[in-house]
Design a protein around this ligand. Structure first.
Ligand SMILES: Cc1cc2nc3c(=O)[nH]c(=O)nc-3n(C[C@H](O)[C@H](O)[C@H](O)COP(=O)(O)OP(=O)(O)OC[C@H]3O[C@@H](n4cnc5c(N)ncnc54)[C@H](O)[C@@H]3O)c2cc1C
Ligand SMILES: Cc1cc2nc3c(=O)[nH]c(=O)nc-3n(C[C@H](O)[C@H](O)[C@H](O)COP(=O)(O)O)c2cc1C
Length: 692
């Protein structure tokens, strides 16, 4: 065994121990002793079994919760210890902001500004007042916006501190790049606020705020911004670019020979703690998901070429609670065929055990994903292999081309020139080419698999609006998911990771597949008073949370409570194909669905079947025809208005119709209508649960 590999494995075992809780339970110690003793046996059996890199889904138990690992939170100390002056903070939920922060920190070298990436959640952010003590220092913030103009979870505390406190930030040099999406009402609200607030608190803006739009091309926005940001930094600090482009790898590869591996020290798909999927311990969250059984998984569409799944996940053993309107997150697994193909294209042994170690010793992120692990596990569980690669990845891939033309093509796409942007747009974006497709089509490009693992983003959980109510289904959460599948201009069929996995995992003969999940609380809530009338607009899978709402309100009514009007606007293509939850399919699980609810007075249905007649009809048309009712409910009867589904078009159109109703039926001016709607939002009487 190499000394390096030995150290890494020892570190991994120690880290696993700490992450395991406070610190090892007796059971863990017993397990480790037994498992270490079984090393020889394992070596023999691993040769036989190492192709099956699957989670031991059937063998799991539930144990009490552990404690949290404490880390050094002084970013100033870290900067000083490593002679750095640039710190790039990120507020990120799905990894884009974190990736951009990493790229900026790395690029600092080119400007003789050694950089460090930092998660505000892990830092004492009050130290921003002291950053000026480091000569020529600069703080950059890559901040995403979510929900109703909210920060990401990891930036929440920092955001609150800035909002409520009054720190003196004189002398702090800063710049902000925002990540947002124009289809949302509060476009880049967090970055805009942060940029303004830092200035108000005395800090010096080194370059104007950049706003990235994920609806258009956020990568383009980012590189355009940083191409101007760096010259501004140079001018401010009187420094010059070295002119050299340094392609430095952030992570060092260590491969572990089979004889070196300590049994059960290799991650097999856990999100953070080793064996967390085999030995389950509440509480469950994003880092410690619950392995839920799929109790029901059936098709909701009755025809057409699309598929929509109704999935029921058993949470009875999890102690997880939910409310109608919450989200459930599902950790998906990549398509095994794509994993194999990527292994082939890179001539890698997918069963090799490896670790990627951060070369930046000050970083709190030691590995890009749980290590040691096999390439097969990394590609299946940890890496977004179907995401369309960003330009910096193409830049790195170019180095592995033996054909000059191939190299030129990749380099061109990585530049900020119009020609490069156009080529990126057609070759990557429009052709929907993921890493596998790129390596298939740019044949001389042969990157090592470990570098691909370093470059591609981490596989993210997928969120679903829970389509059930705990009043009827306390032990299960229901998902309503359209299966993503589309043909690309190159003739390939691209499939959504999570929905394809779900579609392929149906229970059979009492054998229930398991999937790691956690529940995320939302603000999308029914009114406290059951008498309050509600309007729900949810075309397609936008119906999901309203199924939960209807179950909840029907349950209240059945229990003798007075329940206000439930008015639903639902739309799909054809009544006889994709009218989901039209009627109950099984009296056992779901007693009533829409038509039964309608018949017994639990809901008033407004249905738009867009393709059932010559002229297209959408929910927005029906809303326009019902503006008197809209105003009556939100303006006169203190009701609540809800919208769920597509953020891109539908949510904006619906909002405009509401504004129109407030003006035309409520007799308000345009400005008054906007104010009125804002007030409804702040009182949670107008709520949106939308995604794009
Ligand atoms: C808060 C929230 C709630 C949600 N609730 C629901 C819900 O109730 N039901 C539901 O079905 N989904 C819901 N979603 C969406 C869901 O999280 C997933 O994004 C969706 O299921 C796709 O996941 P996937 O892994 O199957 O696809 P992925 O592997 O993530 O692929 C999806 C991506 O493929 C690309 N793509 C898809 N179609 C095409 C096309 N025709 N042409 C080109 N590119 C295309 C797009 O880039 C898209 O982002 C919700 C999302 C959020 C954020
Ligand atoms: C559920 C959801 C809500 C969002 N809300 C907003 C919003 O209110 N304003 C905005 O500008 N962008 C919004 N976005 C877009 C994200 O900010 C954008 O996609 C960003 O690139 C995500 O960065 P991250 O990957 O670092 O989390 C939202 C995205 C999702 C999925």
């Amino acid at each position: 065994m190499t000394e390096n590999s030995q150290d890494v494995l020892k570190d991994a075992a120690a880290a696993a121990a700490v992450a395991g809780g406070s610190l090892f339970s007796t059971f863990d110690i017993f397990m480790l002793v037994v498992l270490l003793g079984g090393a020889i046996w394992w070596l023999w059996s691993s040769r036989k079994d190492n192709k099956k890199d699957e989670i031991l889904l059937s063998k799991y138990s539930i144990q009490p919760a552990g404690t949290i690992q404490v880390t050094e939170n002084s970013f100033i100390k870290k900067l000083q210890a490593s002679g750095r002056s640039l710190v790039v903070f990120y507020g990120s939920q799905t990894g884009t902001g974190e990736e951009f922060a990493g790229r900026l920190a790395k690029e600092g070298i080119r400007y003789k500004m050694k950089g460090m990436v930092a998660d505000p959640e892990e830092c004492d952010m009050e130290e921003l007042t002291k950053l000026k003590d480091i000569p020529n220092s600069l703080a950059v913030f890559c901040m995403a916006t979510y929900g109703e103009g909210d920060p990401t979870d990891n930036a929440m505390e920092f955001y609150e501190w800035l909002k409520n406190g009054d720190p003196d930030l004189t002398g702090l040099n800063y710049a902000v790049f925002g990540l947002g999406n124009k289809t949302y009402e509060h476009y880049n609200a967090v970055a805009i606020y942060l940029d303004k607030k830092l200035e108000e608190l005395g800090a010096t803006r080194v370059y104007e705020v950049g706003l990235g739009d994920d609806d258009a091309n956020i990568e383009d926005d980012f590189i355009t911004w940083k191409d101007k940001f760096w010259p501004a930094v140079c001018e401010k600090f009187n420094i010059e670019s070295t002119g050299e482009e340094e392609l430095v790898r952030q992570f060092r590869l260590v491969t572990h020979a089979p004889v070196d591996i300590i049994p059960n020290s290799v991650f097999t798909g856990e999100i953070a703690r080793l064996h967390s999927l085999q030995v389950q311990r509440p509480p469950y969250d994003a880092k410690n998901p619950f392995l839920a059984q799929i109790k029901v998984n059936r098709e909701l569409h009755k025809g057409g070429d699309r598929s929509c799944l109704h999935v029921e996940l058993d949470i009875s053993e999890s102690k997880m609670r939910y409310e109608a309107g919450d989200h459930v997150a599902v950790y998906p697994i990549n398509d095994i065929n794509l994993v194999e193909q990527l292994g082939k294209l890179t001539s890698a042994n997918l069963d090799e055990v490896f670790s990627l170690i951060n070369t930046d010793q000050e970083s709190s992120k030691k590995h890009p994903f749980p290590c040691p692990t096999t390439y097969r596990t990394a590609l299946s569980h940890y890496i977004e292999i179907t995401a369309l690669p960003r330009t910096h990845i193409l830049r790195e891939l170019a180095e592995y081309c033996t054909d000059e033309e191939d190299k030129k093509k990749l380099l061109l796409m990585a530049t900020n020139s119009q020609e490069g942007k156009d080529l990126f747009q057609s070759f990557i974006t429009e052709a929907c080419r993921n890493i596998v497709h790129i390596l298939e089509d740019i044949k001389s490009c042969k990157p090592p698999l470990d570098h691909i693992c370093e470059l591609l983003p981490r596989l993210q959980p997928r969120y679903y609006s829970i389509s059930s109510s705990p009043k009827l289904h306390p032990d299960t959460v229901h998902i309503t998911a359209v299966v993503v599948k589309y043909k690309t201009p190159t003739g390939r069929v691209n499939k959504g990771v999570a929905t394809t996995w779900l579609a392929n995992h149906k229970p059979t003969d009492g054998d229930y597949p398991r999937v790691p999940v956690f529940i995320r609380k939302s603000q999308f809530r029914l009114p406290l008073q059951t008498q309050t009338p509600i309007i729900m607009v949810g075309p397609g899978t936008g119906l999901a949370p309203f199924r939960g709402f209807l179950q909840e309100r029907a349950h209240a009514r059945a229990n003798g409570k007075e329940v206000g009007d439930n008015i639903l606007f639902f739309g799909c293509r054809h009544r006889d194909q994709d009218y989901i939850y039209k009627e109950a399919s099984s009296a056992l699980f779901n007693k009533w669905e829409l038509e039964e609810y309608s018949k017994n007075g639990n809901v008033t249905l407004n249905l738009a079947f867009s393709r059932d007649q010559e002229k297209k009809v959408y929910v927005t048309h029906l809303l326009e025809q019902n503006m008197d009712q809209l105003w009556d409910i939100i303006g006169n009867r203190n009701g609540h208005f809800y919208i769920c589904g597509d953020a891109k078009n539908m949510a904006v159109d619906v909002r405009n119709i509401i504004l129109k109703a407030i003006q035309e039926k409520g007799g308000k001016t345009e400005a008054e209508a906007v104010q009125f709607l804002k007030k409804l939002e702040s009182m949670k009487k107008y709520s949106a649960d939308v995604w794009s």
